[in-house]
Write a protein that binds this ligand. Sequence first.
Ligand SMILES: NC(=O)c1ccc[n+]([C@@H]2O[C@H](COP(=O)([O-])OP(=O)(O)OC[C@H]3O[C@@H](n4cnc5c(N)ncnc54)[C@H](OP(=O)(O)O)[C@@H]3O)[C@@H](O)[C@H]2O)c1
Length: 249
Amino acid sequence: MMGTPRRILLTGGTGRLGCELRALLPCIMAPPRAELDVTQSETIEAALKRYEPDVIVHAAAYTDVAAAEKNRAACWRVNVEGTRAIVRAVAECGLFLVHISTDYVFEGRRGMYREEEPPGPVRNYYALSKLVAEEVVRLAPRHLIIRTSFRPRQWPYPVAFTDVYTSQDYVDVIAPEIALAIQRYDKIPHSTLHIATERKSVYELARRRRPGVRPGSKLEANVALPDDISLETSLWQRLKAGWGGAGGL
Ligand SMILES: NC(=O)c1ccc[n+]([C@@H]2O[C@H](COP(=O)([O-])OP(=O)(O)OC[C@H]3O[C@@H](n4cnc5c(N)ncnc54)[C@H](OP(=O)(O)O)[C@@H]3O)[C@@H](O)[C@H]2O)c1
């Protein structure tokens, strides 16, 4: 592993991304929600005292996009108020905050969105909460917002859409990139960074791990899906090239 060892505290360590990060960064400290609940600020303060981290990676979130439409208060409480509690805690201690955000902050009409482009209008309540959370994080004195998108290791559906474009990838492809950014957070001279892979259709992505997946259209879906939600990632590619192609952890 390259670089100085850090004391890294992770929220959301039991989640899809969190589990991968824990495997990639074995020294990471990841208290479960029962110990660090972002909606209970006293548990954040207690964790900071107990673990004395140099950096907090905030990956905990209310991520059920469909449920968030009905349970707006619960989604807001975790994604916005929970993030605000994290920001308050890091601001008091001068800690660095790495916040995990989403491609969903963009509208998803034309794709290849760059970091500095204005986000929105968002398509659903989850996306709104994540966009507001980003603006809360921008109040933290030292922070990095990573916008990304990932799928579980296996494509879970029998169908995949040919008319939805994305730069997301499987979580075991994306997590090592995020782990690298976490390790080098103090060598990243940006406050927002897109970490994703190349633009492709969702069908193309699905076929890589489920060759027999049926091609379908987003018109079959019962929710409004974007045309093209892909992220432009040249900032991240240039950073990695400047580090001598560092990919190994
Ligand atoms: N999945 C995607 O496609 C995607 C795309 C872009 C961005 N993201 C972002 O990436 C991050 C990780 O997503 P994921 O898919 O790995 O999430 P996930 O699998 O749904 O896991 C969510 C994590 O958040 C924790 N959590 C929820 N409420 C909490 C609370 N009040 N206090 C503390 N922890 C709490 C959960 O703990 P429990 O195990 O106790 O429930 C779990 O560890 C999130 O910020 C998400 O918005 C995800």
